[in-house]
Design a protein around this ligand. Structure first.
Ligand code: GLC
Length: 462
């Protein structure tokens, strides 16, 4: 087995080297090898991390009614640009944000360097519409990166391909804020696509060059199938992809450049819903990350009251990992630069839970298919330590029944206090409602639910 595995690795490495040195970037021939071996190595930290913080912060924090406010209310560029002259987040302290993320157990951050409104939260050379020209007058991205790096948190950049401020960006499509302004639509024929593409590649080059190692790029987003929609040919995605990889060879990249078929992506990024199963692409399980909000809007929304409970947030994290994915959980700071109390409370709950149970998250994934999920539970599994984690959503009375696990477990404990759980039940405690050939394992548990939001049982497998 060991020899076979080592040989396999050599073959893969050889093919990888061969592929990298001889094959063009999007060669069909070697695509699969190039993807699997290179990808697995590059993504190892990401796959083990499982939990990150998304931060949506920009001018939209001022109107405070959704980061799409410019489009939703069909504002003109000029109308919206007034927010740039009021943007002065005097309470901004990214060290506090980084501490919050760290305590909550988050291992990476993804920050909006530029959202669809086109306002750069960093000191770009390619536009005046930027944070260094607003009253705050500082490179907020740089400060954030320094603060998160100091906490040992990996750095991700969100970059919007869509740009509702850029004069060369076509207006006549379904989501542009000026989509119903005839005068603006008329100007479309003079808008220069090449100039816009140069702008994108220039900004991405700055972001991939000026801030040290960038671990994740979250590009947003393509809609080629809509009427006048925009996708790879509009962004010139292949050139962007090559440039990104050239400047940051180890970067982990999402799937929104519209290069799915070409393999120009590392993970799928379903948002705002919980996938039913491990996410697949063309029938194959792929790396995936779901990004989720606490309350619906990504940017700060003053009047939104649809907050998920702290418990729901924790379950969301467990459920994501139980299906082999990552959770990128969003905060939308205010225009003063503060992460609101509702989010802080929820992150504190995550902190409390992760403090005792993170072992059931980091480095974990879906349990092997042969293990059936017990009633009212979720399973995660660490393949390196061969431990199975039973997350008990509803604490049952005195006995927990684990189908298929008889004879497969050598030791069991409650994770939060490492207290032993005896395998099996006392004689007679189980009536003959269980079949003779039953392969389930019964474990005696305390009547009182352990004092954590979701208790976890750690099973050391044979
Ligand atoms: C969508 C939205 C955007 C948000 C993003 C996060 O693409 O347009 O507002 O930033 O999802 O994934």
């Amino acid at each position: 087995m060991v020899i076979q595995f080592a040989t396999m690795r050599h073959i893969i490495h050889f093919c990888l080297l061969f592929t990298l040195s001889t094959a063009p970037l999007f060669s069909q021939q070697h695509k699969e090898f190039a993807l699997s071996a290179e990808k697995a190595e590059r993504m190892q930290w990401w796959t083990e991390a499982r939990f990150g913080m998304f931060i949506h912060w920009g001018l939209y924090a001022l109107p405070a009614r959704h980061e799409w406010v410019m489009s939703n209310e069909q504002m003109s560029k000029k109308e919206y640009a007034k927010y740039a002259s009021y943007f002065n987040p005097d309470l901004y302290n990214p060290k506090e944000w980084a501490k919050l993320a760290k305590d909550a157990g988050m291992k990476y951050v993804v920050f909006t360097a530029k959202h669809h409104d086109g306002f750069s939260m960093y000191d770009t050379q390619y536009s005046d519409y930027k944070v260094t020209n607003a009253p705050i007058g500082r490179d907020l991205l740089k400060e954030l990166i320094d603060a998160f790096r100091a906490e040992d948190i990996r750095i991700g950049i969100y970059y919007s391909l869509i740009d509702w401020h850029h004069p060369d960006f076509l207006v006549n499509e379904h989501i542009h804020p000026e989509r119903n302004k005839q005068q603006e639509i008329a100007k479309d024929k003079n808008r220069n696509k090449k100039r816009f593409q140069d702008f994108l590649i220039n900004q991405l080059t700055e972001l991939m060059t000026n801030y040290g190692q960038i671990d994740v790029l979250f590009a947003d987003f393509s809609y080629p199938h809509k009427k006048n929609g925009k996708g790879k040919s509009y962004w010139n995605s292949e050139a962007l992809y090559k440039q990104i990889r050239k400047l940051q060879p180890n970067i982990v990249l999402n799937d929104r450049l519209d290069l799915e078929e070409e393999g120009g992506w590392d993970y799928k990024s379903p948002e705002q819903f919980m996938p039913q199963n491990w996410v697949t692409y063309q029938g194959e399980k792929v790396p995936w990350e779901t990004c989720q909000t606490f309350s619906g809007s990504w940017g700060y929304h003053r009047d939104q009251y649809t907050w998920k409970s702290p418990r729901q947030t924790i379950v969301m994290l467990i459920e994501t990992v139980s299906k082999g994915g990552n959770l990128l959980l969003n905060v939308g700071p205010t225009a003063r630069g503060v992460i609101q109390d509702e989010a802080v409370t929820r992150l504190a709950a995550t902190h409390q839970w992760m403090k005792y149970n993170s072992r059931a998250i980091y480095g974990c994934t879906a349990a092997p298919e042969k293990f059936e999920t017990p009633a009212n539970c979720l399973l995660t599994y660490n393949p390196k330590t061969n431990r199975l984690y039973v997350h008990v959503l509803e604490w049952p009375f005195k006995t927990i029944y684990l189908p298929g696990l008889a004879g497969k477990v050598k030791y069991a404990q409650i994770l939060n206090d490492a207290s032993e759980l005896k395998l099996g039940t006392q004689k007679g405690a189980w009536l003959d409602d269980v079949k003779k050939d039953d392969d389930g394992l019964k474990i005696t548990i305390p009547v009182r639910k352990p004092d954590v939001e979701i208790p976890v049982i750690e099973l050391f497998l044979n």
